[in-house]
Design a protein. Sequence first.
Length: 619
Amino acid sequence: MNSPSPDPNPAPVLDGTQAPARLLEQADSLLYIDIRGAGTLGQRLLDATRDEPTLALRGQAHFHVAFSLLRTGQAERGVAHNELARASFAAHDDARGLLMCDQFDALHLQIQGRLQEALELHLRILARSAEVARRPIDLYICHNSRAITRKLLGQHDYMLLDFYEALATAKTCDSPGPHINSLTNLGGSHTDLWNLGEAQKLSEQALDLAEAAGAWSSFAVAVFNLAQIYDGLGLHERCAAMLARIGRNQDRILPGVLARNTPLMAIAHLCAGDIEGAGAWLDPGLAQTAQVEPSNRTDHARAHATYLLATGRATQAHDVVKAHLAAVASAPLQDPPYSRMRLLHVATDVCESLGDTACALRHLREAQRLYETLVDRSARAGFIATQVAHETALARDDRDRAREAQERAEVDRRRLSTLNLALEERMRESQRLNAALQHKIAEAEALQEQLREQAVRDPLTRLYNRRFLDETSLARIQLARRQGTSIAIVLIDIDHFKQINDLYGHSRGDEVLQAFARLLHERMRRSDIVCRFGGEEFVLLVDNPEPDALVDLLGKALRQFRSLRFGVGEDLIDDCTFSAGVAWLGPDGDDFESLVRVADLRMYRAKTTGRARICHADG
């Protein structure tokens, strides 16, 4: 999510005695913190200088009013002020001011949906910028606006490059507003491209700076970005902490901002495990999705369906998912890929809970296709972020050398300036030439990773297979020995699985295996290895476990497995159980093979003493 047009903060209080230059300075400082306040200052300056119609500063005042009106949805009134600004700048031969009027025109074209025309004008402005001395805030508006136009055109690589150029310029501005805005925009763009690690870093910086500066509109946008990011990364505790932070600042956030983004607030509460809190955002408008902004409707459907499923209303959840997918069927490109993928995951869970495995599989396959697209975008976005960081370091070194040359002689400064411009042009050209090559490299790397995944994954359950376990267990055990930590090997066998295959068929048996695999994957930590050992046997390799906690976790998994239902009527399978044996590194053996033997013996003991048991010690 990129920064929207800010809602009004309280208008600045003026005493009427401030000098015109001071008013303009204050207006500049409010850009991207309180756009209406900047416009108010511009209008105050116009009112204060009404008797001096030829004053040069009136052109800048008209521009501030025009820019404020344009960004707050009053484009036509803004056009009139922009033309007055243009006339004033032309009368005073102010080339910088005329470029800013052209910048307004480019933004106006963007708002009208004439994106290609807007981009062409942006590029003409950029080409002329080298000829005109421009302030950092002017350049920031130029780079940021061009990046947003490229975003709307789907030019993701150039969009990121332009946003990073805007970020570099923002750091030279006197006001924190551009810096906060650029971090927010970059965080939202990386979120859209599913480069969630970079998005988290940028959005958390934006949140901290916005809170410190009192930029509450940007604070809210950063919150909405982080709701998506934390949910995507499974950072439940961070999401809960962010919700507490919102609560502390809720009276400072502008009225209606959170309410207009109920889907993202609901997602944040769901991510934090607060089902009741999510319902508080969703219940008042469960049937009023038309009031949700178009860009948020997929997230609204996902949050709504997840909430209904979590509260035992699977049929209603299915209706919500089905209605949304039907509504966007005619325009799938307008459905954000990341949001749609997460919705399809929820749809898969809903269909499974209703016993419609065919429908669940369809949703899962479509989600996988979107996942592959997003992985490619994420890799490309990560590469660009790394490339920009490297080029920034190079550019910083170049600037240091340029400053030294400037101190030696004015002639050298001019020559170095020319060389720097040529170098920047060559870097841009090199970047364009490298783009195609890097894309091919990314494709090859993605293919290699895909092939490796196929080699170490069980095709039915998507868990790791025995080959992967053999490859990694030795290193894990050696590391545990060096660090003096522990490892547990858990051998699990589904009870009476052969009877399920014999009585209900292998397809139903596969369904039970897949459901059990998902259960283990959800229960275990990301650092643990969950493997299908063969048939109905599964192996867990658990790093540095707390024995009581591990046994308790296995017990909860057993109870959850018993609660699952497969099929209906006479084909209903319920009360599925498993038996498990646990072996511990050190007391039960010093290598993988010996630990598996002990775990197997204990699993056998669990079987012979009644099944549905976890045997974790002898005796």
